[in-house]
Design a protein around this ligand. Sequence first.
Ligand code: HEC
Length: 143
Amino acid sequence: MTKRIAMALILAGTAAFAHGGVQNPDVKTRMMGMGDLARQMKLIGGMAKGEAAFDAEAVNTALARMSEAASEIPSLFETPAEDPQSEALPVIWEEFAGFTTRASELEALTAELAGSVTSEAELRPVMQQLGKACRACHATFRE
Ligand code: HEC
């Protein structure tokens, strides 16, 4: 797989998402948390693809924000809230320790990366690491 295709797949995974019609406020809130992660990643991804000018400060701020958002995942999912629109799998609450481990891994990765990015060349590997951390959880815990 070429790097370009890998990047396209990562970005496709973070593209459009909709929570129109979600009734359960807990589900809505956790979807908004995920949406925030996706927005930060899109910002970094846009620069990685050359669609936006490289801005180290903006990248590092986005990574710090992702770390904060990741730290909130366990509390956002603590209540086994359901909604027809939700893609959360019941296994989250059967294996909550495993679920929170995936959140901690994303939190640690983004905390480590935040402040470290100084060049445009680092963005692709950063995006790949981020994509892997999102997928590590989605693969098991999301429809
Ligand atoms: C610890 C597990 C976990 C991690 C890590 C994680 N997610 Fe999620 N994500 C979920 C679950 C579970 C759902 C489904 C929530 C629902 O529909 O109730 C979800 C849903 C989403 C959605 C859809 C939200 C919506 O409005 O329907 C997006 C977008 C998303 N995640 C992006 C990301 C990105 C980007 C990352 C990495 C930077 C990430 N997620 C990391 C568990 C995780």
